[in-house]
Design a protein around this ligand. Structure first.
Ligand code: ADP
Length: 529
């Protein structure tokens, strides 16, 4: 592995909030810290900048996971050129052949699963069970979507005229830019990469600056599986520079983005300026509704898992729990008792229930919301609320699982996405009121209801305007063969996963074959009146 040309080191995890600007320091040599490279046109290369940034373990910031290229617009240009060069060959490779390579990729990921999970816990913080699940999701996505290589169904349909055949087929979109977040460092890249490839596109992928190693591992596995040079290109770096360079690059026909709603808006407007296709997956303020006939213990388990799994850093996290007044006290008490039992710690320790949050920026944002909840909003802080800083927590980004009760629907902690281990318990008088509260936010990703009454379950299922809905389960836990995505400010109408994702990464081509041997006009041109 070649060393970066110039020794300038930045680390996003240690940056002060982005609005204040990044911190830059001269590098000091770290023995044993590996320097990684970009992957462009089938070659591992340094960034044109010669600069690198550090990937830091959020459970222990003294642990530098690796150094990654701090890339530039020029690196994006190089990667796009490589994707362009590879495109015609890849799109002409029959889809079943493309899929065979992807099945090999799945096998490699299975073989490496525990090492990949360990790398992910080290760079992202979530517990090993969850990072194992993240890798498993990439495996499932690979197998499921590679199966589409033998389908990629189009359709035939009757034509208006005799001796004329009409059909519709999928064609690749072209060159795709994939911009991914840090909370599912392998699952989300795979949700974009695998369908893009099976449809015959070539890609440039830019992982989040906090978790580049897992995407590096995925791309390395693509190389080992035999995906041809230039089909998959990896460029690491900051969103504001390389991410923005992707969204404005005229040759990237499609940008698929998952991240914050604020950044998604920037991505969308850059794409709109040049008429690029843009698929956005953004925030959530998901709700669990607990009815008075619910199995309260089951609902508490679901709430704990949904609110504190991944330290609440999931777009589907259960950040609001609307509880019928008849069971409100009982539920709140049990939820607090259960939250108290959670062991916070390094995700690599099998005793840990909840790992750190991702970086100092996240700590500040989450603590800011906890203050808002206590003072500005005036809710009851029933459990948690503190940053943990002593002993094993001294060098990491740890926050207690936090429960607010007596929350009203209009409070900021009940409206805004916190993206941390904080949940808001809101009382309600009826199912209708719970649904109104549930729908009363700008997002529309996931919702759930706990009830024993099938009529209420169906009513809620029908009335909640979200992309995902669960009955007697938490708001998290999507399966790869069902479409994933949300309504309102969560997305822009697209879905990932399922077969629906093929509609993002392919475009329809309608084909008419006239074998009549004469000029036949369609009704649009020739109707008798
Ligand atoms: P978060 O705030 O959780 O880090 P972001 O939405 O900022 O979420 O990041 C999601 C992804 O978007 C990351 O890969 C990040 O580098 C990238 N990104 C950030 N800013 C921009 C931008 N202006 N243009 C394109 N991509 C960006």
């Amino acid at each position: 592995m070649a060393q970066a040309k110039k020794a300038l080191v930045k680390s996003k995890k240690q940056r002060t909030p982005r609005t204040v600007g990044g911190s830059v320091k001269k590098s000091t040599p770290h023995s044993g810290v590996r320097t990684y490279q970009n992957y462009i046109g089938g070659k591992w290369v340094d960034s044109n900048s010669g600069e690198i940034f550090e990937n830091i373990n959020p459970a222990d910031t003294r642990d530098v996971v690796g150094r990654f290229p701090l890339s530039t617009r020029q690196d994006i240009n190089d990667a796009v050129n490589a994707a362009q060069e590879a495109f015609n060959r890849w799109r002409r490779t029959p889809a079943p052949r493309r899929a065979e390579i992807l099945f090999r990729l799945g096998e490699i990921l299975i073989r490496q699963k525990s090492a990949l999970a360990a790398d992910m816990t080290r760079e992202m913080g979530k517990v090993l069970k969850e990072t194992g699940g993240d890798v498993q999701e990439a495996i499932d996505c690979t197998y499921y979507t590679a199966g589409e290589g033998r389908r990629l169904h189009g359709f035939t349909t009757p034509a208006e005229m005799p001796d004329k055949f009409a059909m519709c087929v999928r064609q690749p979109v072209g060159l795709c830019g994939l911009i991914t977040p840090w909370n599912f460092p392998m699952a989300i890249p795979s949700w974009k990469l695998i369908p893009a490839l099976v449809c015959g596109n070539t890609v440039v992928i830019k992982p989040a600056e906090d978790t580049p190693l897992s995407t590096y591992n995925l791309v390395k596995a693509c190389e080992e599986a035999g995906i041809p040079p230039g089909v998959v290109n990896l460029v690491t770096g900051y969103g504001e520079t390389v991410g923005a360079a992707m969204t404005t690059h005229p040759a990237l026909r499609l940008i698929s983005f998952t991240g914050s709603t604020e950044t998604g808006r920037l991505v969308a407007s850059a794409c709109a300026d040049r008429n690029a296709i843009c698929s956005l997956e953004m925030g959530g303020k998901n709700v669990i509704m607990v009815m008075e006939d619910a199995d309260v213990d089951l609902a508490v388990e679901g709430a704990v898992w949904g609110a504190f799994g991944t330290s609440g850093q999931r777009c589907t996290a259960s950040s609001r729990i609307v509880v019928h007044k008849k069971v409100y006290k009982q539920f709140s008490k049990k939820l607090v008792e259960r939250a108290q039992t959670l062991r916070v710690g390094n995700g690599a320790d099998p005793r840990t229930d909840m790992g750190p949050v991702i970086n100092s920026e996240a700590i500040e944002k989450i603590r800011g919301y906890i203050d808002i909840g206590r003072h500005e909003d005036g809710a009851t802080l029933a459990h948690g609320g503190r940053r943990l800083t002593k002993g094993e927590y001294a060098n990491g980004f740890f926050i207690e699982p936090t429960v607010f009760t007596d929350v009203t629907p209009d409070m900021r902690i009940a409206q805004e996405e916190i993206f941390g281990p904080v949940t808001a318990v809101i009382p309600a008088n009826s199912l209708d009121e719970a649904i109104e509260i549930g729908n009363g936010v700008r997002y529309g990703l996931s919702a759930s209801i706990y009830t024993q009454d099938v009529n209420r379950a169906f009513e809620a299922m029908n009335e909640m305007y979200t992309g995902i809905f669960y009955v007697n389960a938490s708001t998290i836990g999507a399966e790869v063969h069902l479409p994933f995505g949300g309504t309102k400010a969560t997305g822009n109408g697209h879905r990932e996963a399922g077969t629906q994702v093929l509609d993002v990464f392919s475009e329809w081509k309608s084909i008419y074959v006239d074998y009549s041997g004469k000029l036949q006009r369609a009704q649009i041109d020739d109707v008798k009146i």
